[in-house]
Design a protein around this ligand. Structure first.
Ligand SMILES: Cc1ncc(COP(=O)(O)O)c(C=O)c1O
Length: 415
């Protein structure tokens, strides 16, 4: 048995991970064309329109609204399906704040359901338990490129007559039983922030099922202005509050160029992630992320779990040993479940007030506390997260596998 690098042995990964340029001539050309239009306003220019058309086409939908961020896309989706003050929205406790912000800005109440221990996505049974007469929508987060159990979730939504929003910020080209995540619920939301599969610096997309919801989303993303009307008085007939989440032509231009690269980026990541799983799935105490039969992940990141007892090592020591082998990783993901953040525990969203929880339109009590979603909490305590990148090579992948195997086998034998 070779000595771990953590204890002075030779490290497994000695060469740097593959790298590459995300932006090139294609983006430059698009940006030049955008500037040559002499306007960067989406309604006057062509780039955001082109991005909407191409994105909708790629996803086999007729309607798409580009916005300023993934957070904005989710807020727009909530506004589009009619989430308002006092409504409850059920969502995942392991996610980015961007999934939650729009719920609170609608003065609605986030309700957290527990997760499947191995897909890290919403557990439909827990979702159903959280439904009340106030539930307006389920916001499904497809975590890290892996689709949630959409058949079961859609079934629950249908039974209770509630809407479904898909948060695909981490899950482009994520395939659920032959359908793309983002096309199954009422609205599909995506992020173009700089850390996602594709980037426009910042940006977001909403996929809509029909013209009526398209118009609602379009208006909700642009101050509730009705730009489809030729009559200026009609344009500014405002009947309720909506923010300004417009995408600029510069973002649209970069987005158009990035879109051409999306499928190959997702394919590379899928091959890399699946190969990694294949290489470590037999190790005792190591639990690979579960991609259900018939599904395909685009691995925004790769997260596996350690059963400390079975593996003979703590998660934190495993993580350190893996780093020493030359494989950067993170013990866990977000520091705690979202409902454990101070804002929730203290119910302090609008600083110094109890809104929206104290809103008269809610009129109910809800508490957020540790142990609320035990499986989600356990995932965060036992997970190790690795970066996935489309520029990583198969050699990188094999060296990561070797490093994980070396660490796992060492502790299994040594204990
Ligand atoms: C699951 C999830 N939802 C929403 C967002 C928000 O996206 P953005 O940063 O573009 O606002 C993110 C971003 O990290 C995310 O990972």
């Amino acid at each position: 048995m070779s000595q771990l690098a953590l204890f002075g042995g030779e490290k497994t990964k000695k060469t740097p991970f593959g790298t590459g340029k995300r932006f090139g001539q294609e983006e430059l050309q698009q940006l030049k064309e955008a500037l040559d239009q002499n306007t960067l306003f989406y309604w006057s220019g062509t780039k955001v329109k082109e991005l909407n058309r191409k994105f909708a086409e790629m996803y086999g939908k007729d309607y798409c609204v580009a916005v300023s961020s993934g957070t904005a896309a989710i807020h727009v989706a909530l506004g589009t399906v009619g989430v308002t003050a006092g409504d409850e929205v059920i969502t995942s406790p392991i996610t980015d704040m961007g999934s939650i912000i729009g719920i609170l800005y609608q003065n609605a109440i986030p309700v957290f359901a527990d997760l499947d221990p191995h897909t890290y996505n919403l557990d439909p049974k827990s979702v159903e338990e959280k439904i009340t007469d106030r539930t307006k929508a389920i916001e499904v987060v497809h975590l890290a490129g892996n689709p949630a159990d959409m058949d079961a979730i859609m079934e629950i939504a249908k039974k209770h007559n509630i809407k479904v929003i898909e948060d695909c910020a981490q899950s482009y080209m994520c395939n659920y039983k032959g359908r793309l995540a983002g096309t199954i619920g009422d609205v599909g939301c995506f992020s173009l922030n700089d850390f996602k599969h594709i980037s426009a610096g910042d940006g977001g997309m909403c996929l809509l099922p029909d013209e009526e919801s398209y118009v609602r989303a379009f208006r909700f993303a642009d101050k509730n202005y009705n730009r489809f009307s030729k009559d200026p008085d009609e344009t500014r007939k405002i009947d309720f509050l909506a923010p300004n989440y417009r995408m600029s032509e510069l973002q649209g231009a970069v987005g158009v160029a990035q879109l051409d690269k999306l499928e190959s980026i997702c394919e590379q990541r899928n091959i890399y992630g699946d190969r990694l799983s294949e290489g470590i799935k037999d190790l005792p105490g190591i639990y690979i992320p579960k991609i259900e039969q018939g599904n395909k992940s685009s691995y925004w990141f790769y997260m596996f779990r350690i059963d400390e007892e079975e593996a003979g090592v703590s998660r934190d020591e495993f993580s350190k040993a893996l780093s020493a082998e030359g494989v950067p990783n993170q013990a866990g993901y977000i520091p705690a479940c979202v409902y454990e953040y101070d804002m929730f525990k203290n119910k302090n969203a609008y600083n110094g007030t109890d809104c929206p929880w104290g809103c008269k339109h809610y009129g109910k009590e809800i508490e957020y506390y540790t142990s609320m979603c035990p499986t989600a909490e356990e995932i965060l305590k036992t997970a190790i997260r690795l970066t996935v990148n489309e520029f990583y090579t198969m050699e990188d992948c094999d060296e990561v596998i070797q490093a994980i195997r070396k660490v796992a086998e060492y502790y299994k034998t040594e204990r």
